[in-house]
Design a protein around this ligand. Structure first.
Ligand SMILES: Cc1cc2nc3c(=O)[nH]c(=O)nc-3n(C[C@H](O)[C@H](O)[C@H](O)COP(=O)(O)OP(=O)(O)OC[C@H]3O[C@@H](n4cnc5c(N)ncnc54)[C@H](O)[C@@H]3O)c2cc1C
Length: 337
């Protein structure tokens, strides 16, 4: 049977007792109900790019593999596109740019499925899916009904949502995006992009150019999946950027609406003495291109990954008194103090 190491981008994790692959909403609901009736825990799996699963995991797994999308052309304001949960996110972004549907072009290259994007409100290069999601259709495991959850009720925040806060309540079936039409991407909000385009914050390039730029920047940081490059065998950023009352002097930090500061976790990690490529063994190391990614160099166990992450977390706490929190979901395993 296929193991979670084969189904996740960080390539660790044991073998499920039962692996069901569901390609339609009806199949998804049937499998969720079967597990719930049997009172068995069920791990919902999309592209496996935000999961670290223990090597001794042997639970039941449902892989969401429903694909396709529909644009409702009777809606006047822009494109109103409903995408099946298992559809590949990056393919959808590429199609949006091709079709002149704006608002997700800066999210090119993020691995995984469309159905997982609302969960941690995926974001990159100044865009987040919360800006374009209109509604989410999800199977409610408590009421045993399909809910339509409007964006205003998704409680989106930085890498969080109502779905992340209530992990066993809903299984997302589809996501509807409302996307403006046009060729020009929204104004550049991210410094690195402004530098890349030799431009300034607030200026605009076409969505096609923006997507291409983002893909090139991501590839340079090992943030674009590449089976031949262990720097990409990760969950992307392992830790979230912490929010603090007072940012350390010199730290790249952004003030938030509540007056607190979001600090660069990559900077904290580097300043705590963990440079690119740092490892406790040669099986798991920080990416050689980016300190925020913990990577499997080929033979890592889930313990190797978690020991390194815990070590880095402790180092940052000792140096700055700031506690890093993992961005990815840890299944059957945890960080140690
Ligand atoms: C190289 C790399 C770069 C990355 N860059 C970014 C980035 O720039 N920005 C960013 O935000 N993230 C980034 N990520 C993280 C990850 O790609 C995203 O979080 C992505 O949305 C996860 O999608 P997935 O389908 O792989 O989810 P999975 O890893 O399969 O699942 C993640 C969580 O969502 C749950 N889940 C999945 N599908 C459903 C569903 N249909 N219904 C209910 N629950 C579900 C799972 O149970 C799990 O808890 C990156 C990861 C990698 C490996």
């Amino acid at each position: 049977m296929t193991s979670l190491a084969e189904l996740t981008t960080i390539r660790v994790g044991g073998t499920p007792s039962l692996l069901t692959i569901a390609s339609t909403e009806a199949e998804i609901i049937a499998e969720v109900n079967a597990a719930d009736e049997a009172n068995e825990e069920l791990l919902i799996l999309g592209g496996g790019s935000n999961l670290v699963v223990a090597d001794d995991f042997n639970g039941r797994v449902l892989k969401i593999a429903s694909t396709g999308y529909e644009n409702d052309s009777t809606v006047c304001a822009g494109a109103w596109v409903t995408v099946q949960a298992g559809h590949n996110w990056d393919d959808f972004v590429a199609d949006c740019v091709k079709n002149g549907w704006l608002g997700v072009e800066a999210l090119a290259g993020i691995p995984g499925t469309v159905g997982a994007t609302p969960i941690q409100n995926v974001g990159a290069y100044g865009q987040q899916v919360s800006e374009t999601i209109a509604q989410v259709k999800a199977w409610n495991r408590e009421s045993k009904k399909i809910d339509t959850i409007f964006a205003a009720n998704c409680e989106f925040g930085y890498r969080t949502s109502v779905f992340k806060r209530n992990p066993n309540r809903w299984v997302i079936l589809s996501v509807t995006f409302q996307l403006p039409l046009g060729d020009l991407a929204s104004p550049i909000k991210y410094n690195e992009l402004a530098v890349y385009f030799d431009s300034e914050l607030g200026n605009r390039v076409t969505a096609k150019e923006l997507r291409a730029g983002v893909l090139e920047l991501r590839a340079g940081k090992g943030m674009l999946l590449n089976p031949d490059d262990c720097d990409t065998w990760s969950v992307g950023s392992f830790f979230m950027n912490p929010r603090v009352e007072q940012a350390p002097a010199d730290a790249p930090a952004w003030q938030e609406a509540d007056g607190r500061y979001k600090v660069s976790a990559a900077w904290l990690i580097e300043q705590a003495g963990f440079g690119k490529g740092f490892g406790l063994s040669d099986r798991a190391t920080l990416s050689t291109k980016h300190t925020l990614a913990i990577t499997n160099r080929g033979k890592a166990t889930s313990d190797d990954i978690l020991q390194l992450a815990s070590h880095v977390k402790r180092g940052v706490l000792e140096k700055f008194g700031i506690e890093l929190q993992p961005e990815a979901r840890l299944v059957g395993c945890s960080l140690t103090n």
